[in-house]
Design a protein around this ligand. Structure first.
Ligand code: TYD
Length: 207
């Protein structure tokens, strides 16, 4: 049995990762591929704890949060019942909404970036994506979704998203051996979906 392909979607908040992952799943299934969709934070125990942190129900240090994202990732990769590797080994294509580049882009702003990179060498040694798709939108376009917030909050959110987007591009440069394709997601939905498909197609032709 040939191992399946591991494809990751990345992007700032509201960049359309989830929509495009679902569209790609449908298209690959029409080609006869078996596809498993997943996301980080995962549905596992560490992922549940992370969601509580993100909702501010519990408070952890930024280092502990970055460490927990890494721990969640290790479990997401290796969990014996539903881990990514178990699906890849069955020949399934795995589409994952966020992976270690999210840690570099988000957590690297709050905990030291070199340290975030160092701890993520563990999951990176276990499983690298066959392709990372970065769904690119201008941070300003996210703001229309939060019109009701105050000017101050909108400004702060914009500054954060700009920094996250810059961090992504810096991380792509810092890891030139990673396969990354940037998709312009300001394009109409059909066109962006076609560009996603064209980017992943060579992975399936080689088999
Ligand atoms: P997600 O559920 O993808 O939110 P959205 O669909 O709104 O993009 O991600 C939740 C948050 O977790 C998001 O703000 C990014 C953050 N995150 C990290 O800070 N580090 C990580 O390693 C991952 C995977 C996510």
């Amino acid at each position: 049995m040939k191992r399946g392909k591991f494809i990751v979607f990345e992007g700032i908040d509201g960049s359309g990762k989830t929509t495009h992952a679902a569209l790609l799943k449908k298209r690959l299934e029409e080609m006869g591929e078996r596809v498993f969709m997943t996301a980080e934070p995962s549905e596992g125990e560490a992922g549940k704890l992370l969601r509580r942190c993100l909702k501010r129900e519990i408070e952890l240090s930024e280092e502990a949060i970055a460490g927990l994202f890494m721990t969640d990732r290790l479990d997401h990769i290796k969990n014996p019942t539903d881990g990514i590797l178990s699906h890849l080994e069955k020949g399934e294509t795995v589409l994952c909404d966020r992976y270690y580049f999210s840690s570099f882009a988000y957590n690297g702003s709050y905990a030291p970036l070199d340290w975030v990179k160092a701890i993520n060498a563990l999951p990176r040694a276990l499983l690298r994506p066959d392709l990372t798709l970065f769904m690119d939108i201008p941070p300003e376009s996210f703001l229309s979704r939060i019109e009701k917030r105050s000017e101050k909050e909108r400004y702060e959110k914009l500054e954060v998203l700009k920094r996250v987007r810059e961090n992504y591009f810096a991380a792509f440069e810092a890891f030139p051996d990673e396969k990354v394709t940037v998709i312009d997601n300001t394009a109409p939905l059909d066109l962006a979906a076609e560009n996603v498909y064209l980017a992943v197609k060579p992975l399936f032709e080689a088999r």
